[in-house]
Design a protein around this ligand. Structure first.
Ligand SMILES: Nc1cc(N)c2c(=O)[nH][nH]c(=O)c2c1
Ligand SMILES: [Zn+2]
Length: 374
């Protein structure tokens, strides 16, 4: 019996999007869902109480980063990540593969694992599927990700085929090394780039191993949005309908809606928290760069259609002042608003699915946000 179970509630008659619930040892969250990213065991500048207040049910932490600092054995000794960071909701940890491929240079991929350098110290490191599982076991996340290779975009077909076959073999090794399936769910990661045959092969390989959930990796790595949408369209049909589908690294409003329409249930991205720290906010009428001089005496809230703590209590002028003077409280206010915006967007997406009108909602949202503007 897996620790993670998907409950399908309904499929939107207009779009094919799914409404569901994911049950984990630390609670249940509705899908489609956006997961705030807490790379180093904190969603930067937010307290766990604020995350609960804004409706977050699951967050993501990075295996690679926690392995390096403070070290997974410290977290194990603390009783796991939930206790260490005082977060009682669900936690997903990624495999570490992505950071190894995106952060480190001088890496060498072998069948056994990946040789690379610590991006902070330059020290030589070696990570294997078994090692990635041991780290996530120590972290005690509710959802673990299998160790995979996320090739760069674009990649040659021949390289991508070899990479997919190795990722499938690594996935098998992860399952064998998985110590506590009754406490932690392990998701496989589908790779294959933009090649339909390789995506199908990767999905079939992983589905034959019967994971409790499946991620679609290798996207949001610089490809155009129409390529992402096309890959989703020919990949999701090869994934079981009774398991969650997680699109890794995606978090702009348009991509969340378009991913949900294509059958995706879970999303994560650093975008809302990262842009908040440079004073950029997502609002119902598009992006607002609050540090711009034009907001210096604009006493309206960031978003007049938002009822978050930031928008109920502070003005653009005040937040601009804080951001311009690098006051931490300013970044807390922009982060709170951006996360609230995306979490509320996913609530509206779920409601549109309930009402069988997600395509209509897409049109309305895109129009107001300005995505349709030439
Ligand atoms: N955009 C992406 C973000 C990610 N965190 C990952 C990942 O962790 N593994 N594999 C992936 O392909 C991947 C893609
Ligand atoms: Zn707000």
């Amino acid at each position: 019996m897996s620790a993670v179970r998907y409950e399908h509630i309904k499929t939107c008659k207009q779009s094919g999007a799914r409404l569901g619930k994911v049950h984990t040892p630390h609670g249940t969250f509705e899908t489609p869902v956006f997961m705030p990213v807490g790379t180093l065991a904190t969603v930067k500048t937010m307290s766990p109480e604020e995350l609960v207040e804004m409706g977050a049910g699951i967050i993501l932490s990075n295996t690679y980063h926690l392995w390096l600092r403070p070290g997974h054995e410290i977290v194990r000794e603390a009783g796991g990540l939930h206790k260490f960071m005082n977060w009682n909701g669900s936690i997903l940890t990624d495999s570490g593969g992505f950071q190894v491929f995106s952060l480190s240079d001088l890496r060498k991929i072998t069948e056994e694992g990946v040789h690379f350098r610590n991006h902070l110290s330059g020290e030589k490191l070696f990570l294997t599927p078994e090692g990635a599982m041991d780290i996530q076991n120590a972290l005690g996340s509710d959802i673990m990700m299998a160790f995979d290779e996320c090739p760069p975009y674009p990649a040659e077909y021949s390289y991508m085929r070899q990479s997919v076959e190795r990722t499938s073999r690594w996935a098998e090794r992860c399952l064998e090394a998985h110590k506590r399936p009754e406490d932690q769910g392990l998701f496989g990661i589908v790779q294959g780039g933009e090649f339909e045959e390789l995506r199908k092969q990767s999905a079939k390989d992983l589905v034959s191993l019967d994971f409790p959930g499946y991620a679609i990796g290798g996207l949001s790595v610089g490809e155009p949005k129409d390529v992402m949408n096309r890959v989703l369209e020919f990949t999701t049909p090869w994934l079981p309908e009774d398991k969650p589908r997680y699109l890794m690294g995606v978090g702009s409003p348009d991509s969340l809606i378009d991913g949900a329409i294509r059958g995706i249930d879970m999303f994560d991205c650093v975008l809302p928290t990262r842009i908040a720290r440079n004073g950029t906010c997502m609002t119902s009428e598009g992006r607002l760069v609050v540090r711009n001089a034009k907001f210096s005496n604009d006493f309206r809230p960031l978003d007049e259609n938002c009822d978050c703590y930031t928008c109920r209590n502070y003005s653009r002028a005040y937040i601009r002042h804080l951001v311009k003077t690098s006051e931490t409280f300013g970044f807390r206010l922009t982060t709170y608003h951006n996360l609230y915006f995306l979490l509320k967007l996913m609530e509206r997406v779920r409601q549109a699915i309930r009402e069988d009108r997600l395509l209509d909602f897409r049109e309305e949202f895109f129009e107001q946000y300005g995505f349709n503007k030439p």
